[in-house]
Design a binder for this molecule. Structure first.
Ligand code: NAP
Length: 305
């Protein structure tokens, strides 16, 4: 495994495990503990959460594992997110949330209360990295800065970052807060290249920070998508798989990400150790510029200018 320095005293594993789909994995607490141990054994130490995952239930399920095996906590870096509010399918697990619409709340009061809830649910005493889940057109940057300052001073959050922020939204927030923003977690895969082209990745490179990538396999679409671009992509991934000797095309899709100079940190979304291990295996491959652009060309359907 490779590790990436995110801030002083904080390293992330180059492959992160994401818990968005935790409820779909159908694991009980002991099975989740076993899976976490297996991930730690192969070097995946960074865990990506959000308050809302699993309709507000995923953090607590993960916390049940940590409460049963508190020794696991110190082997991990825990990332979680805040700011999105909606009334979940199971309002009883989210008492007090009566949102009439889904909305963003970045008031100092809400951010701080939300972090308290996440800490409690996750069974930890601090969050390693807190991300603002989505940019809000209604956010008061001073309120966010105050929340960050207080959470840092109270020892509840070690570092801060954002998710899904465009460069201007990142820069605006950065100009207000007194802490470094250590990452921007964005969607990026062979099938979703927008953030390579809209300045998001460039901004991270300029700031020497590493983007975390969500849905690095486009939510599984690279395997099952039937559109023209997906069919072309699979054929190209297969061609490169043979050239580099990879086990499956998912390793090539991850190698395509790892080969980029921005130092991407993909978040795998699988609850099966055999699949979670694929990006780890893919770390040993680096594509040539020609192979990298073969994937680009297959997806775009035209050559570069
Ligand atoms: N910041 C944000 O706004 C945001 C948004 C979305 C997600 N995220 C984060 O990103 C994480 C990953 O997203 P994602 O779950 O969409 O990632 P993904 O890895 O692109 O997609 C996961 C899906 O692909 C399948 N899959 C994964 N690896 C596979 C493989 N090697 N072979 C065959 N199928 C495979 C999984 O199947 P199985 O279920 O069968 O394993 C699962 O259904 C989330 O858990 C979350 O932490 C963040």
């Amino acid at each position: 495994m490779e590790y990436v320095q995110m801030a002083e005293g904080l390293k992330f594993s180059r492959v992160v495990l994401g818990f968005w789909r935790l409820l779909d994995w159908g694991l009980d607490t002991d099975q989740l503990i076993k899976f976490l141990e297996e991930c730690l054994d192969i070097g995946i130490t960074t865990m990506d959460h959000a308050d809302i995952y699993g309709d507000y239930q995923a953090e607590e399920m993960f916390g049940d594992a940590i409460r049963k095996r508190p020794d696991l906590r110190d082997k991990m870096q825990i990332v979680t997110k805040c700011g999105l509010r909606y009334k979940g399918e199971f309002p009883d697990v989210w008492p007090g949330e009566n949102a009439r619409v889904k909305y963003y709340d970045y008031s100092t009061k809400y951010i701080k209360a939300q972090v308290e809830r996440s800490i409690k649910k996750l069974g930890v005493d601090h969050i390693d990295t807190l991300l603002l889940h989505r940019p809000s057109p209604f956010a008061d940057m001073e309120e966010i800065a105050q929340a960050f300052d207080e959470l840092l001073a109270e020892g509840k959050v070690r570092t801060f970052g954002v998710s899904n922020h465009l460069p201007d939204q990142f820069s605006l927030l950065e100009s207000y807060v007194n802490v470094p923003l250590v990452t921007n977690q964005v969607e990026l895969s062979c099938l979703r290249m927008e953030n390579l082209e809209n300045g998001v990745v460039n901004q991270c490179m300029e700031k020497r920070i590493h983007p975390m990538l969500w849905s690095p396999l486009a939510g599984g679409r690279i395997f099952i998508g039937e559109g023209e671009e997906e069919v072309r992509l699979r054929a190209t991934l297969e061609e490169i798989r043979e050239e580099i000797g990879a086990e499956d095309i998912d390793e090539v899709a991850f190698a395509w990400l790892f080969s980029h100079p921005a130092g991407f940190i993909p978040i795998t979304g699988s609850g099966e150790i055999g699949l979670a291990e694929r990006p780890v295996k893919a770390l040993k491959y680096r594509l040539t510029p020609e192979q990298w652009f073969m994937v680009w060309t297959a997806v775009k359907g035209h050559k570069v200018p």
